[in-house]
Ligand binder design. Structure first.
Ligand code: GDP
Length: 362
């Protein structure tokens, strides 16, 4: 699937950069263009391979908005024409989807990404998806509240919102910086494989995934989730039937970007590996298992040829917002927001009013 990426804020820029780099290093050619947008100049300067666009210079002079996501919303709204202008020519007709990438707990990405998605949907015919990073449990109440609010708006505006929880995909005991490195690397590899799996591959049979299968899986809207796992595989595909099952189970049950999200309206199972090692029977069995496990009647499947001695399973869930994990997160965000509102009411009721108006702006 040919995609254009737009990262908003620090997390958005970092993840976009890693994705663009992974796609180029692997020679996939799925990423057609990548732009990082931020109100913090220093964050943009740390990026090498993506194009950059500073916003809000008249308001914050390149210093960022802190964790003020209302200000993030405002500056994206004020500078939207500039951002759309710098995308002109970068989002070519070859792009089959646009991904807006952002950390939802901060300021620029949290407040700015829903505004950007809203405008992109008016300009472009292709689906506009969000790739949102949720704050980990220990990141503090403001981050939770910001993310809750941003997520609600994103779900409404985007064709689907792919969520990555910062508590997933990293090792225990890592420093925050080290954890970001690890998580960003894993996001790049997994989301990068998803993009690439929707690419036509020369000389391979019919079961290669088509871009439309990714798009159809995401058609349910709401929240989407990605899972991944790999295991060493035998050279003989007949011996890999159990391996196909076990990587698929791990991908869904322990390897998802949002832990414990298993209920979905639609799913896609991509088995990646050397074509000779991929067991047809095992893939079919895994697909049926995924149908039972997700409660979805729409489970698509396909192979992705990859030169490796391992077999990998990539599971994409669409319409996964009814999962317990999202409920738990929204509860956490609601509590944080209520505590924040109570504080604000005590200090300045007028500010509270401005807050509500802003929420209804888009
Ligand atoms: P912004 O620049 O104002 O949009 O704010 P950030 O992008 O820093 O958003 C803050 C949220 O993103 C917090 O939940 C951080 O933990 C998370 N975050 C910041 N940088 C990264 C990163 O490089 N990778 C990941 N996975 N999360 C990040």
């Amino acid at each position: 699937m040919k995609v254009a990426l737009i990262g908003v804020g620090q997390a958005g820029g970092n993840v976009t950069e890693r994705l663009a780099r992974f796609d180029a290093d692997m020679g996939f050619g799925a990423v057609q263009g990548a732009l990082a947008v931020n109100s913090a100049e220093a964050d943009l300067q740390s990026l090498d391979v993506v194009d950059t666009q500073l916003i809000g210079a008249d308001r914050v002079n390149g210093h960022g908005v802190g964790a003020d996501n209302e200000l993030g919303t405002e500056i994206m709204q004020s500078d939207i024409q500039q951002v759309l202008g710098s995308l002109d020519g970068r989002i070519t007709s070859s792009a089959e989807a646009i991904f807006v990438v952002a950390g939802l707990g901060g300021g620029t990405g949290s407040g700015g990404s829903p505004v950007l998605v809203h405008h992109l949907k008016q300009v472009y015919d292709v689906p506009v998806y969000a790739l949102g990073v949720l704050p980990g449990r220990n990141e503090g109440a403001l981050y939770q509240a910001n993310a809750g609010r941003s997520l609600k708006t994103l779900i409404r505006e985007a064709d689907s919102t792919l969520l990555i929880d910062n508590d997933s995909w990293h090792e225990q005991g890592e420093s925050m910086e080290g954890a970001f490195e690890t998580i960003n690397g894993k996001i790049a590899q997994r989301v990068g494989l998803l993009f690439a799996s929707g690419e036509a591959v020369e000389g391979v049979g019919e079961s290669v995934v088509d871009s439309s299968e990714v798009i159809n899986t995401l058609r349910a809207g709401g929240v989407s989730v990605l899972g991944y796992a790999t295991e060493v595989a035998s050279e003989d595909s007949g011996e890999n039937i159990n391996t196909a099952m076990s990587v698929s189970r791990q991908a869904l049950l322990t390897g998802t970007s949002l832990p414990d999200a298993t209920a979905a309206e639609a799913a896609l199972l991509v088995i990646a590996g050397e074509p000779d090692r991929i067991p047809r029977k095992g893939v079919e069995r895994a697909r049926r298992w995924l149908e039972d496990e997700t409660g979805s009647m729409q489970v698509r499947g396909g192979d992705f040829p990859l030169d490796s001695d391992r077999l990998g399973a990539l599971v994409l869930l669409g319409g996964a917002e009814r999962s317990e994990r999202i409920q738990e997160f929204m509860d956490r965000a609601r509590e944080a927001k209520q505590a924040q509102d109570a504080d604000e009411e005590r200090t300045d009721p007028a500010e509270q009013f401005a807050d509500d108006r802003l929420e209804n702006l888009f």
